[in-house]
Design a protein around this ligand. Sequence first.
Ligand SMILES: C[S@@+](CC[C@H](N)C(=O)[O-])C[C@H]1O[C@@H](n2cnc3c(N)ncnc32)[C@H](O)[C@@H]1O
Length: 198
Amino acid sequence: MTVPRETLERLKIYQDLLLRWNSRINLVAPASVHDIQTRHIDDCLQVSELADASAGHWIDLGSGGGLPGLVLAIAKAETDLVFTLVESDQRKAAFLRTVIRETGLSNTSVVAKRIEALSPLNAAYASARALAPLRQLVAYLHLHLEPTGTAFLMKGRQWQAEVEDARKEWVFDCLAHPSRTQEGAATLEISGVSHGAK
Ligand SMILES: C[S@@+](CC[C@H](N)C(=O)[O-])C[C@H]1O[C@@H](n2cnc3c(N)ncnc32)[C@H](O)[C@@H]1O
């Protein structure tokens, strides 16, 4: 796949800012800082490839240092998607706003509040990585995803157990896409969320 020059330039600006800010605030684990490209950027680009989305509101929950939200917003900058990054930590939100400004991203804004404190966002798409157990994430989706919406949730090796646990409280469709960067991990494509157990 050919990546447009502007996307590569923006990813480079993002990576440089991530490295610089990470010495002051903990955006990514120090052990992973020397492998940002594979451990973080390539990891998140997988979601961009999976999501055949070109218009609508996309929310990224618990964005932290912008993973996957900022990577997606950069990768999809030429589409009509509009991104909202939800991150309650004010310093991390300041970092996200700095990257948006420095990369000239016009499709992205930051909401520095707690997910559960927001009025329903009615988003068409959602994403999250390393935020909460799936059962809690599905509760967030129930609140903020429109009924026909789709979420892409990046999960580690325990994803099957998390799906089983979440199904005790929620009904949803789930497609697991195996990770290319982390053995056993998967991106869960989730839709049709409603209350109740199967
Ligand atoms: C472990 S970090 C993961 C960050 C990023 N998604 C990643 O994969 O690197 C979780 C982030 O979610 C934020 N967060 C946790 N609970 C939240 C909530 N209820 N509302 C908004 N942000 C939340 C935290 O401040 C933190 O930055």
